[in-house]
Ligand binder design. Sequence first.
Ligand code: ZN
Length: 72
Amino acid sequence: MGKKLECKIEGIPCKFKVEAEDMSDDEFFRIAQEHMKRAHNRELSDEEIRRVCKLKENRFTIIELPEVPPRR
Ligand SMILES: [Zn+2]
């Protein structure tokens, strides 16, 4: 069955969407990571991306933008 990745972060107009017939969960997480970096300027670790990506019925939804750690 095909899988779908959508970005639905609250308060941010983002229409990012990917559909694939044959892709592993890991590949989807990688795409999500890449998207967060390019579109939202956030570099997320593997652990973080799993936290913000919810998987339900073959559909990944990015639902939150984690806080930016303070940089000095
Ligand atoms: Zn997005």
